[in-house]
Design a protein around this ligand. Sequence first.
Ligand code: ZN
Length: 248
Amino acid sequence: MPGERLRALILSDIHSNLEALAAVIGDARQRGGFDCVWCLGDMVGYGPDPSECLRLLREFDLVAVAGNHDYAAAGVIDASDFNGAAYAAIRWTGEQLDGDDKHFLTELPVVSVEPPFTLVHGSLRAPIVEYLLHPSQALATFGLMTTPYCLVGHSHQPFVCRDMAPMPMFLPLPEGGSVELDNGRCIINPGSVGQPRDRDSRASYAIFDSDGPAIEHYRVEYDIALTQSKMRRAGLPEYLINRLDYGV
Ligand code: ZN
């Protein structure tokens, strides 16, 4: 008997961007809705609304893993190796979060298995720090996967990486299209909700639909100017404010 249909909203690297998060949720609702949210980490850091983003996410049936910014904001890891702008933002973020927010972030696992997916922020070899962008890195994560599919974030670059011989192959995640999940193992990055870095300033996200099964990928515009004005008011670094315009 086939199981019940599941639609999971897949979000990564929201980075305290409430306008982008709300736009994504609204867009996903118009595209058939979702039953639960799978979050691949970096819910906070960089942006102006850390507590508000956590509150909104926790309204849903949520499975979340930790990103480096989540742990740094909660004091689980040391942020001294962050670059200047990221460090300034993470210190500011830590001051905005209340005890419950920090407890929530502290308790996040680094890996979560939601068959047939494994969720992790960076990679399975180095869950919160590795930017999985090269075939050799994908090979290492394929070697550690216990499920056919793995969802990653961290690089803010949407892609699907297929487990091919002799080396894994990175392919673009087609916008507005879907990737069928019946052709063997793959690693998928849905891109970043709140700070895209693929020269497209629109928020990026994905939906898993167990009917298919397939991963759908979408981009949605949001009110960048509003996010930027909040960042300016908060005194967040100009570099972080400006990059949202360009998706870099
Ligand atoms: Zn990130």
